[in-house]
Design a protein around this ligand. Sequence first.
Ligand SMILES: Cc1cc2nc3c(=O)[nH]c(=O)nc-3n(C[C@H](O)[C@H](O)[C@H](O)COP(=O)(O)OP(=O)(O)OC[C@H]3O[C@@H](n4cnc5c(N)ncnc54)[C@H](O)[C@@H]3O)c2cc1C
Length: 471
Amino acid sequence: MDLNKIKINRRELVRLAGLSAGGALLAGCSGEQEVAAAPQGIVGKDGKRVLPWSNWSGNQSCQPASRLVPKNEEQIIDIVKQTQQRIRCVGSGHSFSALVPTDETLMSTARLRGVNKIYPETMEADIGGGSRLSTIGEPLWEQGLAMVNMPDIDTQALAGALATSTHGTGATLGSLSSLVNGMRLVTASGEVIECDKDSELFNAARSNLGVLGVVTQARMQLRKSYHIQETSWMMPLEEGLEQAESLRDSHRHFEMYALPHADYILGITLDEIEADAVEERTSETGDAYETFKTISNVIDWLPFMRSFIINTAAQTVEKEVRGGRSFDVFSNLRDIRFNEMEYSIPAEHGPACLREILDAIKKNDIDVIFPLEYRYVKADDIWLSPFFQRDSCAISCHNFHDRDYKQYFAIIEPIFWKYEGRPHWGKIHTLNHAELMARFPRMGDFLKVREHLDPDGKFLNQSLKQAFGLV
Ligand SMILES: Cc1cc2nc3c(=O)[nH]c(=O)nc-3n(C[C@H](O)[C@H](O)[C@H](O)COP(=O)(O)OP(=O)(O)OC[C@H]3O[C@@H](n4cnc5c(N)ncnc54)[C@H](O)[C@@H]3O)c2cc1C
């Protein structure tokens, strides 16, 4: 066979790898077959073969006694009523924190997917909780509608993304949870609750950490479909820090990727444009992670040249412009796994906090080249939201999944605390119950709602019990 004749586009290949890793095997939620029939697995506590579970980056794992993929809401009600075990829901397994792991029942809602109903007049849609974000852009587009904003990947399940206040960037744009107008949940007693803006549950349910019940559907506020153009360019670090606020205020979306040990920062703006003004994509993947991995390997051999190598590489980055349908442009391919910590701080402290973090990386000679992400998110009223009543700047630190991240994050995390940072619930942090209570002013109210809906803790795991002060 002539191997040269087999042409596989890198993007497609990586996507395939992502599907098997991030979907069926890792999260176990392909939804097409019962997990018990899976060809590989381990012997569960009850003697059945059950697949172990691991999240996307591999830093969280567990061996659930059973894994369930119910077909519909009725099956979820039966499961919740009948099982004696605790249940944790899983979306696409993209959280870095221990929200999902359980040694009891792991339940995926992947089969509750799709755009179920559109409300053209109010530009809303009822969307299945298990729908991957990547699957909803196209059907909404066909109806002339689109999501208001998106995170930087689209592989999360809707209910999973909402559970942790997943967000994109844009000073006037809130998290996905802030765009929820209604929700349908199966509670621990098997009751179905619908909550909307008039419900007392509303601001607890929109960011729920998967502890109030199983979210089967969410009503999302949408907008008219639109095209966007993304422009990215490398600029001197000082220029980026000085201009961050004016760039934030003059573009629909603005974010930066700061290079550790370097004098440069990548700026990215996204703005709405007319369809006929869309420029051809000049970038195939919209992602420079492969390049960074290569640079990282070179620096392993020449650590004393780290700054020189990164600065030299940064100078070669050219301005790029790409445009298209909003949901095509928002999503990036994350084809190198990493671990991540993210805190949100008051928006006005963004540049100072980022500067302090970059200085600390240099001063402590931290062995990291992975760019830090810097975004803006609008305030909301959601009790567990990091953006609760505070326009925020979200800053994230990453390291490759096969590198130690703990030492690095331990040096940076106190800087976030100094700026009154609140952690992203789906990412790594080390805060205990008292520290979380001090940062989320309505957490006590959230915990009362949780206790009322689930007094026996059916939807808890060990990590959540600790976070909620229950152990
Ligand atoms: C590569 C990568 C990029 C990321 N980019 C961003 C970003 O741009 N912005 C951002 O804010 N975050 C980002 N994240 C974090 C991610 O969006 C959140 O952690 C999100 O919660 C993950 O969604 P998921 O579907 O994978 O849910 P999981 O991680 O599987 O679960 C998260 C929570 O949702 C709950 N849950 C899932 N389904 C249900 C259900 N049906 N009912 C009730 N609870 C449920 C789970 O119990 C759990 O508590 C990123 C993560 C990765 C790995």
